[in-house]
Structure formats: structure tokens, C-alpha cells
Design a protein. Structure first.
Lengths: 501, 1135
């Protein structure tokens, strides 16, 4: 009896000790982090996930591309009874509930994307040996670059500009996967951290396929591999480098950040690295002007150094009800400019007609009630096929032209003539005659005008006003003085309460 | 053939005294053979045996081989008891037997060719003892009825060989010595011991066991004698449960222990498909997860449910809800830590142990049960206006007054006269009766059982139709089961139970009952041709916008359906092995497989789609197809050791338990149906905006090992101790193993000398227990950081995955510390039994959402943060008022008082309160809860507190409501920041009391339910009187005085005030209720007549449930589905 008892007890102990393993159940309809990060593919999926997250409508899929910052930059005419509920935002009413909701979503969404990047960074070095080819560098580099890119946009929205208050309260720079509250960094600290991440990313991306001479940028509908190799890589993950933060995108972002902290030398170097690579050809006038929708390039696809891939969510006729019903509609309920504003932005009264005015604005209404719909993001309405347009449907993030503008701004104090040449290079592509300026002030004013034309509906102009601390130019030429009150969006209530900010 | 011949003499003897022998066991037969002194002839057969240090069995085998004689002896004779040396050479059989048995205290008889071995009696054959043996005679009677009891077994303590039985008149005669103790035992009666002091005839009173299962506690893992158990458990037999409510097992459990509380859902009413929400000894969880704002009157979620253990295995509440009550042998509710700790991480909310009937040995027994239940809707709380009253009210409310409605007067006049024409023309539709019916349900169940002691079998079949009182709603079940049991000398047992259940449920196509209540009685239901009208009315507002009133009955005529079904197969296999005398090993394995399907079709013609514009023409109609596959494995292995050493009794149980749960759910919704006829999902046009298929797979595992000890000294001092260690895959990676424990102490004072012969106190026990138990009622993967794939939205460089949640690897189980003090007091031979208890249940580490600053990337995560306390007292009283031969009366009462207090909550719940405050002032049609009290969580308050702004009533001066602000000042302005606790829905006490009266074969029993001392927010006064929309039907009390002019002292606000009254204390009313929840009457047919029908038993019974109800709150009950009253007739026949 005793023996039996002992055997039973031993059995019992044996089962207990082996049960710990047995109790680890892996989810099936979702995937646990350790399982995802056990393969190279898992890391690729996690990285793609961040771009996916960013392309949702609360971030670059709408709000940060043609939403709040664009409204704040006075780039839309707000009609009576507009369907977007942005009128209070355009009046800088930061107590408006819709504004608060959108702004809070931007904050939460960007940090949510950041946490995804941090998870990759937390795991990737432990698994370095599972990567093949250049993937380790690409994934880690892009994750770092994304972290910096997203934090920089947070900084540009929710903190005072470097120029006004470099030591002022910035945003928390989240660099670990944790539930613990990340302490607040000052504006300059955030910039330094972002620069550190970006410089590290640049090194990691040294082997980026986009840098090889064989990587030719062109429209996806061009299947000739002697002129287009963007989709030649064997796996999708290595294709379309411009849809992710590639080496040149990181250079572009570095140029942006350095310029923000007024480090013109480094900004220029990085901008020139992209320009001198001659990787990104200018869009031909034939493509820009093409009449046929299927052959028309409105977003100047080849000039995009980096852009978010927006599969189908918001191009007309896209399935997203909100955008279809409220943004891309004809008339005064959606994205539009009244005649005066449109003509004033594109300076139609002087010189030649800007190609951007011709192709991005479409006149509606008659007589005195003439308005212009912004049709920059219109797509071929005849077809839903992926080949219906000349190019993929993208939310522009870094343009080649921006790097020319950065180069111009950085060069002006030393070599005004060269600086103006940079601007004129872009103007030439848009069919505008050369520019002449005689002073720094005139130069800056002209540069802002140029940027406004180029970036219509791309969400970048607001940051420029803020960086330069310049008054925002209204629709009819009135100016709105730059103050932190309007340039710094208030932190979300939850962040203040639960983060102790 | 040979054998039959051999045994003939034995049977002849049996025939001689057949009557006496009929219930006797083999031992008795053998004894009789002995007393008959059958003389044995001498046998010529010789035997040769030569063995050393052998046993009798071996010797007998030798003899059997040599002579061909068979040996016959009963199991009590131990042939292997002692060793002997045998040296016989060709001796006659008889001599050989004598030689073998001489030192064994055994003797023999030879009956034909069978040798019967029996114990040697120290009877009058030995001359010296004769003088001390005397002839004792007497009579055994029932202590209550004074009826004689035939067939009572009588043994002499310390001399098991002396035994006897009472004859058909209850008389007995036995030889015993002065000082011997006679033991009287009979099934259904308590064992009684009588010491012989003289030779006078004895009269022995036996008292009945009121309920045999009362004496033991079945914990699911073991069965323990109640008087040595310190845990708090309430055991009820299936028979008793059925008496209270044959339709709803859970409902009737409540009547025996109101700590087991079914939360009344005023919205769902008596919907047969709505599973009840139950908590035991108060709520011990906080909401987590979806963050939905909760209404006070519609608390959903099953986070508080007790664990249900059916025949040793955990099942869900649905299984218990659908269980055939006829199959239930007993239900035991384990409440305190000492009782539940053995279930470890599942025990915190109490454990309900259900045991189904096991087949009984004997000839084939067929039991047939038929039930028919008549359910009728209880609309007595609805007091709506009739057609003329309604129109009169509309006129008074100014619906036809140009100054109020701002429409042209002639248009309003026309509207009014159209309606008046209806009223005068006799249209007075009683809409409430349209969707309801008196539903007749039925149940047939057949149960076959029988077999020998070694092998027993049982088969049962059931068909049950449970129609609901709303037309078209039903829940029907079919089930079949088969079980068999093999028992080899109690040393090895094997049992298998297989049951298959099929359930089909339908929701009423009539939709929401509230839609009928609001319909105006002057609306005709059908047009002149008898076709159901669709648009019955149109109201216009100032802007000229139309508000079209649709006929809810129109939907009922369409082919829409909402049905669900499941097929469930359960197989339980158990084996038990006796390892040593006191040590038994038991193993159980159970497999449950359940396939659930839901099919919900809404016709494209349904009112729901009436307002779809032309562009959404192809989106009308929808079909949701959902199926869920569930597979549960559950097994346990346990050792029990029972040892009685002198005054020490020790019962030790140790074992392991493994459980895996897998559920796999898939769902797809298709939209766009062409017409009402095509009801299959294949006719759909496509999917909605977010119409991609959904799925979720949940997998969890549990491992537990436990050790439980029950010790008693002299049956006076009792100790229970339990330890269980559970591991669950739901816990965080850092916290995989959880320990739970309990200790209970008890003192049987009635066993002490000073109470031994107390004429009043027959039983007095003191019990104290404390322990720690847990609860893991949360989603399986909360402790992990998980990623989800964005299947619907691939990036150009491949599919993406993004993080889902912050996985808290430190997540642990919710812990409940429970302390219980109780007394069991029996008076006057336990005719009065009182057991009061007090308890404290402190639940800590409740799983809660913690709100994070969004800069962490997440909004919240799960943490063990939140403490809640429930304190309470319970009392149960049983009183056998009268127990006579022909009639008896007894009375029982069970009352509970529970006080809940939230001790600590997380910041997420504080945030929830803010959100509740925000929604409190948003109109319901915009998704808010204006005028509806919401749940809030505040430390120090009860979870059932009612939150509103304190109101002093309507100011007679100006008809405005006067509120009291937080700082004590008075104001007319409603400010939601003044919301405070204005009442508590927890009753002071709630419970049941019942009385049973039996007269001959009749039994009448009534059970009342009551609660008092709590508060209730009378929503009817708000929605249907104060804030009533005069365009729809309202409560009759709407005619009660509203404030009209200065000086009116009234309850309701200014009649001209068309604003919505927000939640305030004016509508909080004291909630006292008494309900005749059950009335039962049965009649057992006299066995004489029953046997003529070839039956051994025939019973007719009737139960009425929820027959009458008195409440201090006059409120509409059953908003979405009315409550029902039911009457069940049943016939139970045993063949």
C-alpha cells in the first residue's frame, strides 16, 4: 500500500512539474508577440503593420495629410454648411469637440504606431541571426526612422517651435515598449533623439536596394524592366522602396529635422544627398497634363521620395463613406477653394499658368459663384482596377521638391543666386517663369508661396509657418499672427490626467 | 442442471417463511439454516489433505476437487483470516471439515451436496452461556405516526451473529444478554441503539430521516458526513426542487438558499431564451473590457457566475438551465471557503454541485413523467390608456393646439377628428395582447433502470417544449442518455454516462414588447380587408418633418427569424479502485462537445429598413450566420483515504484535475435580399461595409492539484483543511501557479456530556471557517501581448500586423478571502432546526482596466486592481410543526442580508463615472441615457447604489423641481455634477419562506419570496408619465395631477414643461415585495390502485409559479419581454 501511495505521489509531482509548459497556450485567431517575432516574416509583417497603421484615416490616411494641419494652414475655403465640421478648427477654436476628438486621435494614433516600432526594436537584436540579406538593416533602420518620423510630427503639432522655445515642453519620446509613463522631453531633446534615431537608421539602411544603380523609379504600369525596376525584387517586401522609409527618405527626414533646429549645414548636406542621387525624375508635363484619367499623374508619383500607400480607402470612388461623402465632393461641401483664394495661391495674375493650378483645381459653379474643387487626389473614376491609374494611390510624405526648397533655404544666406536656382528648378517643372528676389525677407515670403502651391492638401505648410514663426496667410490675404496659442495644439485630456503632464 | 438441483432444499426453506425472508440478506438465510438444525447424513466420501501454513480457502478447494461438493458461505466469512496446518489422510468428509474448522470459530451444514459454512454461534448450545441469554421481545414503531414498522433489522452490538427482524406487525423477538445493545435499523429511519436493562418488552421508537441526503455533503470530489463537516453547504434533493419550480431548476435552487440569487432582468422578463445572471453572496466583480456604460436595470455579463459542477465536471450555466429536472438527484450549493476551496481558481463565486440520478439495482423499473405547463403573460403591471382616454389625454397635452405644436389649426383639427372618428367608430386596439399568448408547453421523459448489484444500467429520454409567452418564442429540448455501472465487490467500480442533448431556440418574430406598449389604442391594427397595416400614423413637427408610426405587427407577418440551436454530446467515464482497505483511487474523464449555430434573418421588408433611401435599396435585409464549436476535456484522478483509529476519524483526499477548453467561433453577415421569400443566406447580394467574416478561437487550460483533509475527534471536534494549487493558461506568464486554501473548525456541542441528554437541544454545532479562493473569469489571452493581422488592408509591401493590447505578464487571478461563522441548532429531536450564519467575503485584485496616457501607445491595460467587500448574514429555519400519521405540517424560512461595498477601484472606473455623467444628459435617441439612472463606481459605496440628483419635489409656487446641490443649497437648475447616492437597490433582506402540508396522500406546499428595505428607481413614472411623449400611449397615472397653477402640491412637474426630467431622487421608491412564487399540490395514488394499473407508484401534481405578487413599487415589468405566470401539471408513473 505504501509503495502504491509513493508511486501515486511521485506521479502527481511529475505532472505538476511538467504542467507549466502545458499551460502556455498560444492564441490562434490572433498571434502572440513572441511567436510573431520568431521568424523573419514576422518582423516584416510587424513593420508593414506600422505603415498600415499610419495609413489609417486618423493619421496620414486623412487627418495628417489633408485634414487638421491643412485646415489650420488656411488652405481650404470653409463653405456655409460645410460637411466636414472643420469650420471651428479653421478659426482656431481648440475647445470644439470635433477638433478635440480628431487631435486626440492623432496623438493616440501616432503613439500607437510608435509602440509597434518599439516592439520591433525591442526584439530584433535578440533575433539578429534569423535575418537574410539586407533585411535586418532594412527592418531595424526603418523602425528607427519611423519612430523618429512620427515623434517629429508629434513635436511639430503639440509643442512650440524650436525657434520660439527650444527648451520648452516638447512631447514624450517613447523609446521602449512599456506601460510606464515616458517622461516629457524638451523640444530640443526630442529633436536630438529623433536625429540620433535617424542617423542610426541612415547607417542601417546603407544597403537599401534603392541606392543601387539598378533601381529605377517609374510608374508601376510601366512593365519595361529597363526603365522600371521598382517591383523587380522577388518578394513584395523588397519592392516599392518609396512606399516605405527608404535611405533617401531618411535623408529627406534628416534634412527636415536639421532645418527645424536651424542646423542648415546638415540639412543642406542631406537634402543634397537626395538631389544629387538623381534617383527621382521630374514628372513630365505630358503625364501631368494628360487628359485621359488612366494616363494622368496628379500626385507627381516619380518625385515622391516617400509616400504612404493608401490602397483604396479615399480616392474617389473609394469605399470609405466619410471621405466620399464629405471630402471629395463637387461644390462647397468638400475640399474647395473659392476663386479669389485659388487664384491668389497660384498667383495666376502674373506670368504663365501654373500646371498645378491647371491640374489640381477644377472649376465648378458659374458666374460670380465660381469655386474650385481640389482634385489632387482624384483617381480614374471609370475603373477600380489596380492598373486604372498611372500610379499607385499615395499620400505624399516627402517630395523631391521639398528637398530643393530646403537646399534653397539653407543656401540663401551664403549664396542667394544658387538658392534661387533651386527654387526655379522646381518652378520650371511646373511651367512657371523664373523668380527674382532681392532680400532674405522677400526670399522667405516667396519660398512660403512656393511651398503652399506645391503642398496643397499635403499637410506640410502648417509646420513651415510654425518653424519660421511666420504669420499664417489667410484665404483672402489677411494674416493670422503666429502665437503658441494657435501653433501649439493642446495635449489630450487623458494625457494630462493620466500622464501627469 | 446439477446446480439447480443442488440448491433446491435452500429454496424450499425460503418458501416456508417467505414473508419474513423477503427483505433479508444472505446472512440471514444462512442463520436460519443453522437454527433449523438440518441433520446431516454421513457421507462415505473420504478426503486427503496435507498442507502447512495454508488458508481455509485452499483447503476447501482441495476438498471440492476431491468430493465434488460445493462450498457456500457469505462474504463476511473470511477464509483467509488465519493460517492453519492440515494433515488428513483419507478421513471422512465430516471429520475433515470438523478438523479444519475447529479453531476457526466456524461451523458447517451439509445440504444435499453443498457445504454451508457459517460462524459458530455462541448460542444456547453451550451450556454455560445459556443462563445469561434471555428472550427479549418488543415492538418497533414510528416515533411520529406510532405506526408499527415491519422488517426492521435488529442486531446485537458487539455480536453481529445475533440478529433478527420485526414481523409484519412490527413485533420482534431476539435472544440477548442483559447489558447488550440492540441496534435497530431500517431504510428511511435513523439508526437507533437500545440497551437491554431488564426482560420487559421493549417499545422502540424510530424517527424518520426527513431527507436522507441531508446527512451528507457532496462536494463533487467526495461525499462527507454532514455532522463532521465544517463547510457551509446546502443540499436539496431533485424532488424538492421540482416541487418549487418544475420549469426552472435555477429558480428553485434560489428558494432553498437565497444567497444564490438570480438577478431579475426587467428588460428580458420571462424570455425562455434568456440565461439568468446569478451571483452567490453578492457581486464580487467590476466591469472590464468593452467600457460600455451600464444601465441600472440591465446588468449583463456573466462575470459573477458561480461554478457549476455536474457529476464531477464543470459545465456552463446553459447546461444547467437546459437540464432535465427529473434527472437531478441532488443539488449542493457550496458557499464558504471551507466548502469551495477544493475548486481553487473557480471557487470564489460559490460552487453548485449537481448530481444526476444513478440507476438503482433491481428489476427493470420504468419511470414515466409527463408535464404540461401553461404559461400566461403577466400584464397586470401595465396600466395603459384606452382609445378615448388616450385621445382625451392628447387633447389635454396640447397636441392639437396650434400654440403648442405650431402647425396650422385646420390641419390639427383634421388630425384630431380623424382620430376621434376612430374612437367613436369603436377602434380600441389592445396592442399589448397582440404579441403575447398563453403558451402550453409539454414534457415527456422516460427513464429505465435496473440491473444487479454488479451491473446496473439506466436509459433516459426526454422531449421538452418550452414555448414563451411572446408568440413564436420557444426553447425546445430533446435529450437522451445512457449510463451503466459495474461494481465488483465494491473493490472495482466502473461507470460511463453518455448524454446527448439537442436544443432549439427561437426568438419571437414580434420583436420588442415595448413597441406594442407605446402604440395608441385608437390605431386600427388591420385595414378593412384584414390586411395588417404598415404605416398607421404620421406626426408632423414645426419644421414639417414627418414622424411615421409603423405597425410593429407588420414585422411579425414577415419571414424574419432569429433562431439558435446546439447539439451537445457529453461522455463521462469514471473508474474506482480499492487499493487497500481504506484507500481508494478514483479517476474520471469527461468529454463535452457542443456545436452551436445562430441564424438571424431580417426580411428586407422589415420596418427596420423602411427608412432606407433609394440608394440603399440593395442593402435591405440581412442574414447573420454564426457557429461556435466547443470542445471541453476534463479529467481528474484522486486518492481517498479513510481511517478510523479509536476516537480519531480521518478522511483525506488528494488529487489532480486537468481541464482544457476550446471554442472556435465564426460569423458572417450578409446583406441585400431581394424579397421576403428568399430566406437563405445564399440569396444575399453581398456583405456590408465591414462585412468580412469574423472568427475567434479561444483556448484555455487549467491544471490543479489538491489535498483536502476532514478530521474529527470523538465526532466532537472537527477540522477541515484544503489546499489547492491551480495553474491556468489565462494567468500571466509570471504567475502561472496559484495557491488556494481553507481551514474550518467545528465543535459538536451535542456530543458533549453536558448536552448529551438535553431534552430541548438535540443538535448544536459551532462552525468557523476561512480561506482564500479565486476566480479566472476572463478572456484567455489578456496576459499576452498579441498582434492582429490586418487582413482587410494589405500594405503594398505585404500584409501587416499590429499590436493589439498591452499584455500584462503579471496578471493574476482574483482572490476572495471568505470567513464564515455559523451555528447549527436542532431542537426537540431536530424538529426545529435553525442555522444562522454570518460571513465576510473580501475580494481583492479584481481584474480592472487601468487607463493609460495615450503616449504609451495604448488606452488601457488589464491589471489586478479593485477590492470589493460583501458582508452578510443568512438564516435558515426548518420547523416540523406537526407530524402525525395522516397529516403533517412543516415550515421553512431562508433569509439573507448582504451588504456590498466597493473598497478600491482603478482610475478606469473613475473615468467610467465621468463618461456616465456625460451620457446622463444626452438624449437616448442620440445614444445617451437622459432620465435613466446609470451604474457608477465609487469607493465606499455599494455597487448597487442608485445615483441621482437629490430632489425636494415640485415647488408648489412655480411648478419647478427643487434640487439640492452638493453644498446643501437649493436650486432649480439641474446640474449633473450634483449627482450623489440617493438610494441603494440592495434590499435589507431577501428570502423565501414556505410551508408544506401533507394529508394522507395529498401534499400542498406554498413558497413565498420576499425582499424589503431596498430602493428602486421607478422608471415607469419617468418614462411613461413625467416625460411621457403624448403622441404615444402612456400609463394611466398620467391623469394624476401635474402642476398647473401656483399652490398645487403635486408629485409631477409643470404640465407645460415639455423638457425631459433628468435622473433625480423624486422617483426613488422603497422597494418591498412579496411574491407567491410557487404553489404545489400533489396526490399519490394508493398503491393498491396503482398496482392494479401495473404501476408501483403514480403521482399527480400541479405547480403554479408567480401566481400573485405585491410590491410597493408600481412599475411596468418586463419591458422587452413580459413576465409570465405558469401552471404545470405533471404525472409521474413508475412501472
Amino acid at each position: 500500500m505504501k509503495l502504491r501511495l509513493i508511486i501515486s505521489l511521485l506521479l502527481l509531482i511529475a505532472t505538476i512539474s511538467s504542467c507549466k509548459k502545458w499551460l502556455e497556450v498560444e492564441p490562434e485567431s490572433e498571434i502572440s508577440a513572441p511567436v510573431l517575432f520568431s521568424t523573419e516574416n514576422g518582423f516584416m509583417e510587424a513593420l508593414n503593420g506600422i505603415y498600415n497603421r499610419c495609413s489609417e484615416t486618423d493619421l496620414y490616411g486623412k487627418e495628417l495629410t489633408f485634414g487638421t494641419p491643412e485646415v489650420l494652414a488656411q488652405n481650404y475655403t470653409m463653405g456655409y454648411n460645410e460637411g466636414l465640421n472643420y469650420t471651428p478648427t479653421s478659426q482656431y477654436n481648440y475647445n470644439d469637440s470635433k477638433f478635440i476628438e480628431r487631435k486626440d486621435k492623432i496623438w493616440a494614433g501616432l503613439y500607437n504606431a510608435i509602440v509597434n516600432a518599439n516592439l520591433i526594436l525591442e526584439n530584433i537584436d535578440k533575433k539578429k541571426n534569423i535575418f537574410t540579406g539586407v533585411n535586418y538593416g532594412l527592418i531595424k533602420g526603418e523602425a528607427l526612422a519611423l519612430r523618429a518620423y512620427l515623434h517629429f510630427d508629434l513635436l511639430r503639432l503639440f509643442a512650440p517651435s524650436y525657434l520660439r522655445n527650444a527648451s520648452g515642453k516638447g512631447v514624450p519620446y517613447a523609446s521602449a515598449y512599456t506601460k510606464d509613463i515616458t517622461s516629457m522631453s524638451s523640444v530640443s531633446e526630442v529633436i536630438e533623439k529623433a536625429l540620433t534615431d535617424l542617423e542610426a537608421a541612415k547607417k542601417l539602411l546603407a544597403q537599401d536596394p534603392i541606392r543601387s544603380a539598378g533601381y529605377l523609379v517609374n510608374y508601376p504600369v510601366i512593365t519595361d524592366t529597363t526603365t522600371n525596376t521598382e517591383e523587380r525584387a522577388s518578394i513584395p517586401f523588397l519592392q516599392n522602396r518609396r512606399h516605405r522609409l527608404n535611405y533617401y527618405a531618411v535623408c529627406g527626414e534628416l534634412a527636415r529635422v536639421y532645418l527645424y533646429k536651424n542646423d542648415k549645414t546638415n540639412a543642406l548636406n542631406n537634402a543634397l544627398e537626395v538631389i544629387n542621387a538623381k534617383k527621382f525624375p521630374w514628372t513630365t508635363k505630358a503625364d501631368f497634363n494628360a487628359f485621359e484619367e488612366a494616363k494622368k499623374d496628379r500626385i507627381l508619383y516619380k518625385e515622391l521620395v516617400f509616400a504612404w500607400y493608401i490602397p483604396k480607402s479615399w480616392y474617389v470612388p473609394g469605399p470609405t463613406e466619410d471621405i466620399k461623402e464629405n471630402w471629395f465632393v463637387t461644390g462647397t461641401r468638400g475640399l474647395y477653394l473659392n476663386e479669389d483664394a485659388a487664384k491668389s495661391i497660384y498667383e495666376t495674375s502674373t506670368g504663365t499658368i501654373d500646371l498645378r493650378f491647371k491640374n489640381w483645381l477644377s472649376i465648378t459653379g458659374v458666374g460670380a459663384a465660381k469655386t474650385y474643387d481640389i482634385v489632387k487626389y482624384n483617381r480614374n473614376s471609370q475603373s477600380d482596377a489596380s492598373t486604372a491609374n498611372l500610379h499607385y494611390l499615395m499620400a505624399p510624405a516627402i517630395r523631391l521638391s521639398e528637398l530643393y526648397y530646403i537646399a534653397a533655404e539653407c543656401t540663401y544666406p551664403a549664396d542667394p543666386q544658387k538658392a534661387i536656382t533651386y527654387i526655379n528648378t522646381v518652378r520650371f517643372q511646373r511651367d512657371k517663369e523664373d523668380l527674382n528676389v532681392n532680400s532674405q525677407e522677400e526670399f522667405t515670403t516667396a519660398l512660403i508661396k512656393e511651398c503652399r502651391k506645391e503642398w496643397l492638401g499635403e499637410g506640410q505648410l502648417f509646420y513651415m509657418y510654425k518653424r519660421l514663426n511666420r504669420a499664417i496667410i489667410g484665404q483672402t490675404g489677411t494674416t493670422i499672427p503666429a502665437t503658441d496659442k494657435i501653433l501649439v495644439l493642446p495635449l489630450p485630456q487623458d494625457e494630462v490626467v493620466y500622464g501627469g503632464r | 442442471m446439477k446446480l439447480t438441483f443442488l440448491y433446491n432444499p435452500v429454496f424450499q426453506i425460503r418458501r416456508v417463511r417467505y414473508k419474513l425472508l423477503v427483505v433479508m440478506k444472505l446472512t440471514a438465510i444462512l442463520l436460519l439454516i443453522g437454527t433449523m438444525h438440518l441433520s446431516a447424513a454421513s457421507y462415505s466420501q473420504n478426503v486427503t489433505v496435507s498442507r502447512k501454513n495454508t488458508t481455509l480457502e485452499t483447503v476447501f478447494n482441495d476438498i471440492k476437487r476431491q468430493t465434488g461438493y460445493l462450498f457456500f458461505y457469505n462474504g463476511k466469512i473470511n477464509l483467509n483470516k488465519s493460517k492453519l496446518n492440515v494433515e488428513l489422510k483419507a478421513v471422512p468428509l465430516e471429520e475433515a471439515l470438523q478438523a479444519c474448522l475447529v479453531n476457526q470459530n466456524l461451523t458447517y451444514d451439509i445440504v444435499d451436496k453443498t457445504i454451508v459454512i457459517r460462524n459458530k454461534l455462541t448460542d444456547n448450545t453451550s451450556g454455560t452461556a445459556t443462563s445469561r441469554f434471555i428472550d427479549i421481545s418488543g415492538k418497533v414503531i414510528d416515533s411520529e405516526t406510532k405506526q408499527s414498522i415491519p422488517g426492521v433489522n435488529i442486531t446485537v452490538k458487539n455480536n453481529k451473529d445475533l440478529r433478527g427482524q420485526t414481523n409484519s406487525d412490527g413485533n420482534f423477538r431476539i435472544n440477548a444478554q442483559i447489558g447488550d445493545v440492540l441496534v435497530f435499523s431500517y431504510i428511511g429511519y435513523k439508526i437507533k441503539e437500545v440497551k437491554i436493562t431488564d426482560t420487559k418488552p421493549l417499545t422502540v421508537n424510530l424517527s424518520t430521516l426527513v431527507n436522507t441526503i441531508d446527512d451528507v455533503v457532496i462536494t463533487g470530489y467526495q461525499t462527507i458526513k454532514k455532522d463532521s463537516y465544517t463547510g457551509n453547504a446546502v443540499t436539496v434533493s431533485g424532488e424538492e426542487l421540482k416541487r418549487v419550480n418544475p420549469q426552472n431548476l435555477l429558480q428553485s435552487i434560489q428558494a432553498f438558499d437565497p444567497s444564490f440569487k438570480l438577478l431579475e432582468n426587467n428588460l428580458a422578463g420571462s424570455n425562455p431564451n434568456r440565461l439568468p445572471n446569478i451571483n452567490v453572496r453578492g457581486s464580487s466583480s467590476l466591469p472590464s473590457g468593452n467600457g460600455e456604460v451600464l444601465r441600472r436595470d440591465n446588468i449583463s455579463g456573466n462575470i459573477n457566475m458561480p461554478a457549476f459542477i455536474l457529476d464531477g465536471f464543470e459545465v456552463n450555466v446553459q447546461k444547467v438551465f437546459d437540464l432535465d429536472i427529473n434527472r437531478v438527484a441532488s443539488v449542493t450549493l457550496l458557499k464558504d471557503a471551507a466548502a469551495t476551496a477544493i475548486y481553487g481558481s473557480r471557487a470564489a463565486n460559490g460552487v453548485l454541485v449537481i448530481v444526476t440520478k444513478a440507476p438503482k439495482e433491481g428489476r427493470l423499473l420504468i419511470e414515466y413523467n409527463y408535464e404540461t405547463s401553461i404559461n400566461s403573460p403577466d400584464l397586470s403591471d401595465y396600466q395603459v390608456l384606452n382609445a378615448s382616454e388616450k385621445l382625451q389625454y392628447e387633447k389635454l397635452a396640447g397636441l392639437y393646439d396650434r400654440n403648442v405644436v405650431n402647425r396650422p389649426q385646420d390641419e390639427l383639427d383634421q388630425l384630431y377628428y380623424n382620430k376621434l372618428a376612430n374612437v367613436v367608430g369603436g377602434v380600441d386596439s389592445y396592442w399589448l395582447s397582440q404579441p403575447v399568448r398563453t403558451a402550453v408547453g409539454q414534457k415527456h421523459s422516460v427513464n429505465l433502470q435496473g440491473g444487479s448489484e454488479t451491473f446496473r444500467y439506466g436509459v433516459d429520454l426526454r422531449y421538452q417544449a418550452r414555448p414563451g409567452v411572446m408568440k413564436g418564442s420557444s426553447r425546445n429540448q430533446y435529450s437522451g442518455g445512457m449510463n451503466f455501472q459495474y461494481n465488483k465487490d465494491n473493490k472495482f467500480q466502473f461507470r460511463n454516462d453518455l448524454s446527448i442533448t439537442q436544443m432549439e431556440a427561437r426568438e419571437s418574430p414580434y420583436g420588442n414588447f415595448a413597441n406594442y406598449v407605446r402604440m395608441n389604442p385608437y390605431y386600427p391594427i388591420k385595414d378593412a380587408n384584414g390586411t395588417v397595416l404598415r404605416e398607421v400614423d404620421t406626426w408632423k413637427n414645426q419644421a414639417g418633418d414627418q414622424d411615421i408610426v409603423l405597425n410593429p405587427l407588420y414585422d411579425a407577418g414577415l419571414s424574419s427569424f432569429n433562431k439558435s440551436a446546439y447539439t451537445e454530446i457529453i461522455d463521462n467515464l469514471s473508474a474506482e479502485l480499492q487499493l487497500a482497505k481504506d484507500l481508494r483511487l478514483k479517476g474520471q474523464m469527461s468529454l463535452t462537445s457542443r456545436m452551436n449555430t445562430d441564424d438571424i434573418f431580417t426580411s428586407p421588408m422589415a420596418n427596420e429598413f423602411y427608412f432606407y433611401g433609394a440608394d440603399r435599396l440593395d442593402e435591405k435585409g440581412s442574414y447573420t450566420d454564426r457557429n461556435r464549436k466547443e470542445v471541453y476535456w476534463d479529467g481528474n484522478m484522486r486518492l481517498t483515504w479513510f481511517k478510523q483509529l479509536g476516537n480519531h476519524a480521518l478522511n483525506v483526499l488528494g488529487g489532480v484535475n486537468i481541464r482544457t477548453e476550446l471554442s472556435d467561433e465564426k460569423e458572417v453577415t450578409a446583406i441585400g435580399f431581394a424579397n421576403d421569400r428568399f430566406t437563405s443566406i445564399g440569396f444575399a447580394k453581398g456583405f456590408g461595409d465591414e462585412g468580412r467574416p469574423q472568427s475567434s478561437i479561444n483556448n484555455s487550460r487549467l491544471f490543479g492539484s489538491f489535498l483536502s483533509t476532514n478530521y474529527s475527534y470523538k465526532n466532537k471536534y472537527l477540522l477541515d483543511a484544503t489546499l489547492r494549487i491551480d495553474g491556468s493558461s489565462k494567468f500571466g506568464l509570471e504567475n502561472k501557479l496559484a495557491p488556494f486554501w481553507s481551514v474550518g473548525l467545528g465543535w459538536n456541542l451535542h456530543q458533549e456530556k453536558f448536552l448529551a441528554d438535553n431534552p430541548v437541544i438535540s443538535q448544536l454545532r459551532l462552525k468557523v471557517s476561512t480561506g482564500l479562493t479565486g476566480s479566472v473569469e476572463f478572456a484567455p489571452y489578456l496576459s499576452r501581448t498579441t498582434y492582429k493581422y490586418l487582413n482587410g488592408n494589405w500594405y503594398s509591401t505585404g500584409i501587416g500586423a499590429i499590436v493589439n493590447n498591452y499584455g500584462n505578464e503579471n496578471l493574476s487571478w482574483q482572490k476572495t478571502q471568505m470567513t464564515d461563522i455559523g451555528i447549527d441548532l436542532g431542537l426537540f429531536h431536530d424538529r426545529v432546526f435553525i442555522s444562522p450564519r454570518i460571513y465576510r467575503k473580501f475580494t481583492k485584485d479584481i481584474l480592472a482596466d487601468i487607463t493609460l496616457p495615450p503616449s504609451t501607445g495604448f488606452f488601457s491595460y488589464k491589471e489586478n486592481l479593485g477590492d470589493m467587500e460583501n458582508k452578510g448574514a443568512e438564516i435558515s429555519i426548518k420547523w416540523d410543526v406537526i407530524r402525525k400519521k395522516d397529516w403533517s405540517i412543516n415550515f421553512t424560512a431562508n433569509m439573507v442580508a448582504n451588504r456590498n461595498k466597493i473598497v478600491r477601484i482603478s482610475n478606469a472606473l473613475k473615468k467610467y463615472n465621468d463618461r456616465a455623467n456625460d451620457l446622463q444628459s444626452v438624449d437616448p435617441k442620440d445614444g445617451g441615457f437622459k432620465g435613466i439612472p446609470l451604474l457608477r463606481y465609487n469607493e465606499g459605496q455599494s455597487i448597487n447604489a442608485i445615483y441621482a440628483v437629490p430632489s425636494l419635489g415640485i415647488d408648489p409656487e412655480n411648478g419647478r423641481e427643487l434640487y439640492r446641490k452638493k453644498d446643501g443649497t437649493l436650486t432649480y437648475a439641474y446640474d449633473k455634477s450634483d449627482i450623489v447616492v440617493v438610494g441603494n437597490a440592495d434590499p435589507k433582506a431577501n428570502g423565501f419562506f414556505s410551508t408544506t402540508f401533507t394529508y394522507k396522500r395529498f401534499m400542498l406546499s406554498a413558497t413565498f419570496e420576499t425582499h424589503f428595505g431596498g430602493d428602486m428607481y421607478n422608471q415607469t413614472l419617468v418614462d411613461r408619465i413625467e416625460n411621457a411623449d403624448p403622441r404615444y400611449n402612456v400609463d394611466k397615472r398620467v391623469f394624476e395631477e401635474k402642476w398647473k397653477k401656483s399652490g398645487d402640491v403635486v408629485f409631477y412637474k409643470n404640465i407645460a414643461d415639455l423638457g425631459t426630467t433628468e435622473v433625480n431622487s423624486r422617483f426613488v421608491q422603497p422597494d418591498n415585495m412579496i411574491n407567491l412564487s410557487s404553489l404545489y399540490l400533489s396526490y399519490d395514488l394508493d398503491k393498491k390502485y396503482a398496482s392494479k394499473l401495473k404501476m408501483s407508484n403514480l403521482r399527480f401534481s400541479a405547480t403554479a409559479n408567480d401566481l400573485a405578487r405585491w410590491s410597493s413599487v408600481k412599475q411596468e415589468r418586463g419591458i422587452d419581454y413580459p413576465f409570465a405566470r405558469s401552471l404545470t401539471f405533471s404525472i409521474n408513473a413508475t412501472f
